[in-house]
Each structure stands twice: as structure tokens, then as C-alpha cells.
Design a protein around this ligand. Structure first.
Ligand SMILES: CC(=O)SCCNC(=O)CCNC(=O)[C@H](O)C(C)(C)COP(=O)(O)OP(=O)(O)OC[C@H]1O[C@@H](n2cnc3c(N)ncnc32)[C@H](O)[C@@H]1OP(=O)(O)O
Ligand SMILES: N[C@@H](CCO)C(=O)O
Length: 352
């Protein structure tokens, strides 16, 4: 667990959209800066699929005076998402009924469940207003649901996602889950904890890493260069993907990966509501929708569409060879785009 992570036990059980009760829900979170007297200088950052609460590590370039995240002025908070494996209730948490980790018995969850869990934490922390909610990818899906489900956000930034997970992204998620299910160690999700489905999870990450980057990025990084592998010469890109797969296996839980990717597939702001036009048409929060010109997973048409459906939104684009993951890398461009938006947004603490 990262230094600075706080564990918060919710007083009431948490019931998922699917009707499953988590009797002793916990939320892990981290904060930076101080809450002001009016308690309205809160910036809620929502992390992506395999992220954790350490915003200062994976959004480090957004921190600093005059940047998007400024702990001198803001109270920045990030919770580990429901279903993840960095401290918030998820498949690796202990099921009080059995005394063992839930694993595959942890239910399917949705992006809205994640938001409802965060709402409960912010209620307990007595936070009445959110100056800014921001996130990319799965984090952007949560930020968007926040702006629909809660009237606390005063401004919102959505990066690299759209109003719903489209079949292209669902298909890529499905392929990754199949890689996990097809690992002989998976055993329908009831695997021996000593023998988790490492190869399946590694393969899932490799597939994902192709969808997160771009042809130009890989061409520039690797070309057709080879290097010595375990038993033979291999292309550098092969070695890189093997490495990335292993790196995730060393830090992530396979069932969390399955449940979080299913949650992303559930993302559809129109689900069990009115049409997307009607739902988004009612969101009057000043919003910035950021696309990435090389994003293969969530192409910029999705962010254009979102910005057009939100009445108070503007669209900006990152120019990057890095593909979808650019939102975790192109910090200068992001600050240059986001800080003017914040300056023009009449939120309580920025304009005072
Ligand atoms: C507990 C935790 O740490 S959680 C960390 C939080 N993680 C997140 O929030 C997820 C979001 N982060 C990410 O997705 C990524 O870290 C990103 C997008 C920010 C950056 O991606 P990276 O993987 O660091 O960058 P990149 O694609 O250039 O890969 C660099 C790594 O590949 C390795 N690599 C590069 N070329 C090769 C090769 N040919 N063969 C083998 N390995 C290679 C590098 O040595 C480097 O290794 P390191 O990560 O151990 O330093
Ligand atoms: N690279 C991100 C996922 C892309 O949104 C992560 O590992 O969380």
C-alpha cells in the first residue's frame, strides 16, 4: 500500500446496481492540500483501469503552482475505484461471510457503482461541492457519471472516452478477458491463490498495450530491431510487450481486471435512463472534453460527439504519437489546455 493512503470504512453496507450487498465496504483514498473553510476547493481525480490513488505519481506533470492540480490552493482527492485491488472493496477483499477473499464471487459492478461509492466517501467527509472532477479513460467515465448523478461538480474534464463503451472497445476488452479465462490456472475464477492466472493476465495487458499506443509510437521506439530473448532473438516490441505483461502481473489482480473491464463495458450514460441527448442535454456543468488525435481505442469522434451533446462543453485535442495513453504522458499540453478552461470557469475558489 502506498504511503499516504487512508482507509475509510463506510458505516452502511453498499448495494451494487446488480443487487449484491457488500456488508463492510471500504474505500482507500489519498489527498493533497487542505480543505478550505467553505469546503469548496475540492478536486476529485478519477483513475484509469489499473491506476491507484497515487495521482502525484501517474499525473505528476499536472501538479504544481499554476498547473491543473495545485495543492497550494486545492484539496485534491483520489479514491481507489470499487472493484480495484489497491485498498477499496474488490475481488481481493475479504468476504466477511467466508473469511476468504471474494475473488470471482465479487459481483459485476458498473461505473455508476464506482461513483456511488465515491459519493458515500465524500458525504462522510462532508464535502458539499467539487470545484473540478477530472479523469481519463475509465476515470473519464466516472467523471461523466458524476456530472450526471450529482450536483456537486462545478467543472468537469473528460479525457479519452465517450458517452458509451462502443463495440470496438468492448471487443478489445472481451479479448483480454478471454485471455484470462483461457489460462489453465483460471479454473472458472476459482483458482488456487498460489497459482493465479499469470499468463492470462499478462496476455490481457499485452493486448491492451497495443490498443493504448499507436503504430507511430511503436515504429519510433522499436522499428524492426531485435534483441536477445530467453531462448532466441526476438523483436524489441515482443520483449517490450512481454515486459509490460509481467509488470502488470506483479502488481494487479486478475479478477479485478475482469470486473473493472466489465464495468467499463457497462458504461453507457443512456442505460436505464432517457436518450443520450436528453441525459447529456441536462448537464449544465462547464465541461472540457479532450480527445487524443492518435487514440485507437476511443477515437476522437467519440469526444467530438460528447462535447456536442453537452450544452456547456468545449472540445480540445492532444496532438501526440502515444495513442490513448497520451493522457498519462502529455502533461504540458494538458496543463496548457486545462488551466485556461479553469481560469474561465466561474468556480468558487478560482475566481475568488
Ligand atoms: C503500484 C503501481 O505502481 S500502480 C502504477 C500506477 N499505474 C497507473 O496509474 C497506470 C497508468 N500508467 C501507465 O499506464 C503507464 O505507466 C504510462 C502510460 C504512464 C507509462 O507507461 P510506461 O510503461 O512507463 O512507458 P513505456 O511504454 O515507455 O515503457 C517503459 C518500460 O518498458 C521497458 N522497455 C522499453 N523497451 C523495452 C524492451 N525492448 N524490452 C523490454 N522492456 C522494455 C522500459 O525499461 C521501461 O521499464 P520500467 O517501466 O520498469 O521503467
Ligand atoms: N494505461 C491505463 C489504461 C488506459 O486508460 C492504465 O493502465 O490504467
Amino acid at each position: 500500500m502506498n504511503k499516504g493512503v487512508q482507509q475509510h470504512k463506510l458505516t452502511e453496507p453498499f448495494i451494487t446496481e446488480s443487487g449484491f450487498t457488500i456488508p463492510e465496504p471500504e474505500v482507500a483514498y489519498q489527498t493533497w492540500g487542505k480543505l478550505n473553510k467553505a469546503r469548496n476547493n475540492v478536486v476529485l481525480v478519477c483513475h484509469a483501469l489499473t491506476g491507484n490513488t497515487a495521482v502525484d505519481e501517474w499525473f505528476d506533470g499536472l501538479f504544481g503552482p499554476g498547473n491543473t492540480l495545485d495543492p497550494e490552493r486545492q484539496f485534491i482527492i483520489c479514491t481507489n475505484s470499487l472493484g480495484s485491488c489497491y485498498g477499496t472493496s474488490g475481488p481481493a477483499s475479504i468476504n466477511p461471510e467466508t473469511g476468504k477473499p471474494y475473488r470471482i464471487d465479487f459481483p459485476r459492478i458498473t461505473i455508476r457503482d464506482m461513483v456511488r461509492m465515491q459519493q458515500r466517501l465524500l458525504d462522510d467527509l462532508e464535502i458539499p461541492s467539487i470545484e473540478l472532477v477530472i479523469g481519463g479513460s475509465m476515470g473519464g467515465m466516472q467523471a461523466l457519471e458524476w456530472s450526471i448523478m450529482d450536483d456537486r461538480p462545478q467543472a468537469a474534464v473528460f479525457i479519452g472516452m465517450g458517452k458509451a463503451h462502443r463495440p470496438w472497445a468492448i471487443g478489445i476488452s472481451h479479448t483480454q478477458r478471454q485471455a484470462i479465462y483461457n489460462d489453465p490456472n483460471w479454473q472458472g475464477g476459482y483458482y488456487n491463490p498460489e497459482n493465479p492466472p499469470r499468463r492470462g493476465l499478462a496476455l490481457a495487458r499485452m493486448i491492451a498495450m497495443i490498443s493504448y499506443r499507436s503504430d507511430t509510437d511503436y515504429e519510433n521506439k522499436f522499428g524492426r530491431l531485435s534483441q536477445q530473448g530467453d531462448d532466441q532473438d526476438q523483436f524489441q516490441v515482443e520483449s517490450y510487450l512481454d515486459y509490460q505483461g509481467q509488470k502488470l502481473v506483479d502488481r494487479f489482480d486478475a479478477v479485478s481486471y475482469v470486473r473493472l473491464s466489465q464495468a467499463m463495458d457497462s458504461h453507457d450514460i443512456a442505460r436505464n435512463r432517457q436518450s443520450a441527448e436528453q441525459v447529456l442535454g441536462q448537464v449544465d456543468v462547464p465541461s472540457l472534453v479532450i480527445g487524443i488525435d492518435s487514440d485507437l481505442l476511443y477515437p476522437v469522434q467519440e469526444q467530438h460527439e460528447l462535447s456536442q451533446l453537452l450544452p456547456n462543453a468545449r472540445y480540445r485535442e492532444l496532438q501526440s504519437i502515444h495513442g490513448h495513453d497520451a493522457f498519462l504522458m502529455e502533461f504540458k499540453q494538458m496543463n496548457d489546455i486545462i488551466t485556461p478552461f479553469l481560469m474561465e470557469t466561474p468556480t468558487a475558489t478560482l475566481s475568488s
